[in-house]
Design a protein around this ligand. Sequence first.
Ligand SMILES: [Zn+2]
Length: 435
Amino acid sequence: MKRKTNSFSDILLQENPSNVLRRSFEGGRIAQTYLFSGKPSVGRMTVAKAFAALLECKNPIKDNAGNVDSCGNCDNCKRILNDSHPDVRFVTPIGNEIKIEQIRNLQEMAVLKPTLGNWQIFIIDPAEKLNLSSSNALLKTLEEAPAHSMFILLASDTGAVLPTILSRSEIVRFNSPSHQQVRDIIKERYKMSDEAASACYALSEGNFGQSLIMAEDFEYEPDIINIKRSHTNYLLQMQMFAQLIEDDFSSVNNLEEALKKAWQLQTITYQPLLEARKALCRSLFMNTGFPKAFSLMFSQEIISCIDSAGNNIRKSFEPLLAENKKSYPTAVLKDIEAQITTSTTKWGSDQLEKIFLCLMNWYADALLMAAKADETLLLNLDRKQDIITVAKVEGFALLRSRIELLEKSVGLLRRYVQPLLVLENVITQIGGAEA
Ligand SMILES: [Zn+2]
């Protein structure tokens, strides 16, 4: 599931940053360091790739509106679309940070002449993950960079980027579209009904990029609320998803490909799992007959299901790593192993966080209704009636405390508190109001 083009004309809701970049290309006023500032999933990476394609393209074209764009047909354009262009590289965290060795590596490559294209391009995502030493190394690289190298930094919190790096960067700001803007785009582009477009967007928990990918082959099915069924279905879909990923990974031929797959793990969407998660959270939100005594078992089943899915995914890399033991230097192999472990572990811990985020979005919607806000601000607009019902029953103060509980729980997970304890506590508190 990837984008079909890297053309600027396919970019949605980010005309301003796109036009800034296209104009600077046409005017020959290209900066060497850009910082794309905006929330995750609003399209910063998409625009970075469109810009990279324009810069490397052999025959840039004019689109219907007279704006410059990449051709989409030359070898450079095609390779960028497949993430396989030798002069366009991605620098992403290993573990929780971008390490100084990665920047030293980048420094060495930045001085080399581009092999196929016109530029050596480095996309650093997210720039907040540069630690102090890697930031300083990057700064030095930026100061000494040859004219053919370009650095694109992606950041959602520019306050976390070293000020000396910021001041060397041309800052390009990205908009955060409203729920309604995204729903309108989905509806128009994919010819959906209001309700289907709302359901599709709500499934992505407000993640714009993900909702667009999902809209490609979205099938709308109104679901039924029942806590036991939604719980069983969630466990089932989690296993199915892990199996799909394992099958995909076992078809990989070399370690570079495996590494790329591991990177992409966080962005793979699987609609049945998203639906199952949404239904599970909806039942919890609606508090549909959840027996208090079951909260531990309920939580245990979810945690062990996520854990075993993560382990199976990680294990599916092992034969390939073993096979390649002799053909790679130990240090490189260790790096690749670390990156794969990082990605799969993160995938697992994200799954529970996503349940909390989903629940939080339901309560945030209910809080909006309790405060008599405009209904277009709802994320789960397709479930307006559920939200109104819960808002009436639970009231402002209780809804606020639910949101606080979930925020605190996400914080605990990020501080590596045992997931089972955190989940059980949430379930007991939310499901515990026995009638
Ligand atoms: Zn081209």
